[in-house]
Design a protein around this ligand. Structure first.
Ligand SMILES: [Zn+2]
Length: 280
């Protein structure tokens, strides 16, 4: 039986499979003609089957390349920005971030005809030093961010002392709602690599114990045709490519066992007046 008390949110980041952070400029080297159409159709069918909504964070460059697909996506689901080129935010100045964000927002809004209100940083790469990002988001009309995490790995988890539930970030008087990606028992069970690698019984067990989940998946989590990037180290390669074949079966079971909503639906359920506030 599905328990509806917990707040479980489904989200996907729509990017090319080769867009692991440091590879983001390599579309000359890697095949730019990905399985985007096929992958998105698989997701549409899965969501239809379970009759659920998801939030999608789309890379601006991908939207530019696949405008029809993104229009179709936005007709049915909420679409946010996942940056312009999938470059890590910790390498950007405030000005560079502002430009990158506005570019992506403008492109997605032009294509979909809808206001972009959500943002997720590539690789959850906003560290404490990039706190300026939240003011820039507010200036660009972003109301909701989902870029912070307590998972400490690679680019992740370098923004200390965050709340483990949705909270409000107050940065010099501007406010952004934050939906963090949270690990439990130090395990990021609700995101791509971990979800593919962990046995389903363990994922199910932790899910039952969690009051709040922001899941975080990619097309490459089940793209068995993708080009493997050999220059990344063995551990990273294992985390990036293992378990693709089982992913959809596992996700399907998860969606059968538990109920999920998109951010829009979750937002209506949260008592924001009493939500925790983080002052920067
Ligand atoms: Zn991404």
């Amino acid at each position: 039986m599905k328990d509806s008390k917990a707040l479980r949110i489904l989200s996907f980041d729509i990017e090319e499979s080769y867009m692991l952070l440091e590879m983001c400029d390599n579309d000359e080297i890697f095949d730019p003609c990905s399985n985007m159409e096929e992958g998105m159709q698989t997701l549409f069918d899965l969501l239809d089957k379970h009759n659920i909504k998801s939030t999608f964070f789309v890379v601006g460059k991908v939207a530019k390349k696949h405008p029809e697909l993104i229009r179709r996506l936005a007709d049915r689901y909420e679409v946010g920005s996942h940056s312009m080129n999938h470059k890590p935010i910790y390498d950007m100045t405030k000005e560079e971030f502002r430009k990158d964000l506005l570019n992506s927002v403008n492109i997605i809004e032009d294509i979909t005809g809808k206001k972009v209100k959500h943002y997720r940083a590539p690789g959850l790469s906003i560290h404490r030093e990039q706190s300026f990002a939240f003011e820039a988001m507010a200036e660009a009309g972003i109301e909701i961010d989902s870029s912070l995490t307590n998972i400490k790995l690679y680019s992740y988890g370098h923004f200390d002392a965050i709340y483990q539930e949705p909270f409000i970030i107050n940065s010099n008087g501007t406010e952004i709602k934050e939906y963090p990606v949270i690990s439990k028992y130090m395990i990021g069970y609700s995101s791509g690599g971990y979800f593919r690698l962990l046995p389903y019984r363990l994922i199910k067990h932790i899910t039952k114990k969690s009051d709040y989940i922001m899941s975080y998946f990619h097309l490459r989590d089940f793209d068995t045709q993708q080009q493997t990037i050999s220059s990344i180290n063995f551990i990273r390669r294992f985390k990036s490519y293992y378990g693709e074949r089982q992913f959809l079966t596992k996700l399907n079971t998860w969606l059968n066992d538990f109920s999920f909503v998109d951010i829009k639906t979750a937002d209506e359920q949260i008592d924001w007046a009493n939500a925790p506030r983080l002052y920067l």
